[in-house]
Design a protein around this ligand. Structure first.
Ligand SMILES: [Zn+2]
Length: 62
């Protein structure tokens, strides 16, 4: 997969991933899939951006 530093969606996707992963590292609730109030929006945002990114990649590779 080509890495494009100027790719805004990719950058947001990676930041959301980092925020989500960083939170999970310190949160025992989110580690067991019982998402806490603080973590839920972070994981939700990551899932949404991951979806958008993968959809776009699939469209590009057609
Ligand atoms: Zn949490």
């Amino acid at each position: 997969m080509p890495r494009r530093p100027s790719d805004d969606l990719y950058v947001r996707y990676m930041r959301a991933y980092q925020a989500s992963a960083r939170h999970t590292a310190d949160c025992t609730a989110c580690q067991t899939d019982e998402l806490c109030a603080a973590g839920a929006p972070l994981h939700e945002r990551f899932a949404r951006l991951q979806d958008a990114y993968r959809t776009r990649q699939a469209q590009r590779n057609r």
